[in-house]
Design a protein around this ligand. Structure first.
Ligand SMILES: Cc1cc2nc3c(=O)[nH]c(=O)nc-3n(C[C@H](O)[C@H](O)[C@H](O)COP(=O)(O)OP(=O)(O)OC[C@H]3O[C@@H](n4cnc5c(N)ncnc54)[C@H](O)[C@@H]3O)c2cc1C
Length: 329
């Protein structure tokens, strides 16, 4: 018999907690109010004890830390063993994991270890009695499926980044902390990391940025995307792209915004030469301010835009970037 608590896997890299983990704490708090339990978090790494204060500010009532030099960098096997050990200690009803590269790798392994029910990439998570009901896009976004995970076993759900908003942090909140010790086998440690090669270093991920400058098929080449990278650099933002631009090879699919890409909710989203197909809107309509630059007055993107510029992006973006650079000093 488990507790009624909801445990969030708080993903961190180099001591920085992924924003998605805070969003999941908001969801966990909401679900815990229905189960009669509390939102809890588990953080895994080396020297991660200090992170419990941050997690408490975002709603974690208790934080389990698995701190071990072997866990300094992510590897699937030792992290799965560590999270399984935290689950054994916390005994939660539901485990929430961000749908990140790490989360998608980790959650199925942990679910298999714990013989849990598993759903990947949920965009909506509700409770029906004790069962968890998740909605998730399927077949490259052509359908949305609803799945019920039985309350008879542990339920593990990965949740899409930005599907939920984080609560405002309450600095000064404290959480109970509990260190979980884990004994890693030679098998757990069989993958050795020799070298980390950074690709695209200095380029923010679209889901993490407050400002996203996105481009569509109209950019016509990877080289032309440089004008968007210049603008994003001046604004301290990230570059996104429509699926058509990614399919054409102008940008990697890791930058794709939309139903089958990433969901973003930045403070400012600048759509350059993006038509505004419904599948693109699904990934960015939650942005606070939307600026659309498009030559076609009837483009659907203008229906969701806060500000619209009917003009050629190649004529507007470079001089606007220069003006922003000057304004920034
Ligand atoms: C199942 C499914 C899932 C999908 N998932 C996604 C998804 O996740 N994300 C996504 O983006 N799409 C997705 N799509 C594709 C989507 O339907 C559109 O085809 C795609 O978003 C179009 O991309 P676009 O706006 O860049 O290209 P286009 O439709 O070609 O639009 C180009 C726009 O640029 C404007 N333009 C042209 N030249 C200029 C210029 N010089 N200056 C300013 N404006 C200019 C044009 O007026 C036009 O509005 C999906 C489709 C399906 C069927």
């Amino acid at each position: 018999m488990s507790t009624n608590n909801i445990l969030v896997f708080a993903e961190q890299r180099d001591g920085r907690i992924l924003a998605a983990s805070y969003q999941l704490l908001a969801l966990a708090t909401q679900l815990a109010s229905e189960t009669g339990g509390q939102a809890e978090a588990c953080v895994i790494g080396s020297g991660v004890g200090d992170l419990s204060t941050k997690l408490a500010a975002y709603g974690a009532k208790k934080v389990y830390t698995v701190d071990d030099a072997e866990l300094a960098m992510y590897r699937a096997a030792p992290y799965a063993t560590a999270l399984a050990a935290a689950i054994d200690t916390a005994d939660p009803k539901i485990v929430l994991v961000p749908t990140s590269f790490m989360g998608k790798d980790l959650a199925p392994r942990v679910a298999a270890k714990k013989r849990a029910a598993l759903a990947i990439d949920a965009t909506d998570v509700k409770l029906d009695g004790g069962d968890v009901v998740v909605e998730k896009p399927m077949y490259a976004g052509k359908f949305s499926g609803t799945f019920k995970l039985s309350a008879n076993r542990l339920q593990v759900v990965t949740v899409r980044t930005n599907a939920y908003s984080a609560n405002d942090p309450h600095e000064g909140e404290a959480a109970e902390t509990q260190a979980v010790t884990v004994s890693l086998s030679d098998n757990d440690k069989r993958v050795k990391i020799n070298e980390i090669v950074a690709t695209g270093s200095g380029v923010k991920d679209v889901t993490e940025a407050d400002i996203v400058v996105s481009g569509g098929r109209s950019l016509k080449s990877e080289d032309n995307f440089k004008i968007l990278y210049n603008m994003a650099e001046v604004l301290g933002g990230a570059v996104g792209a429509s699926r058509a631009a990614c399919d054409a090879g102008y940008q990697p699919h890791t930058r794709q915004v939309g139903l089958t890409g990433k969901v973003v909710t930045p403070k400012l989203y600048i759509a350059c030469g993006i038509d505004g197909a419904i599948q693109h809107l699904a990934g960015m309509r939650g942005s606070k301010v939307i600026v659309a630059i498009n030559t076609k007055k009837a483009a659907p993107i203008f229906k969701v835009a806060t500000y619209g510029c009917v003009c050629d992006l190649f004529a507007l973006v470079p001089p606007l970037t220069e003006e922003l650079r000057k304004a920034n000093g």
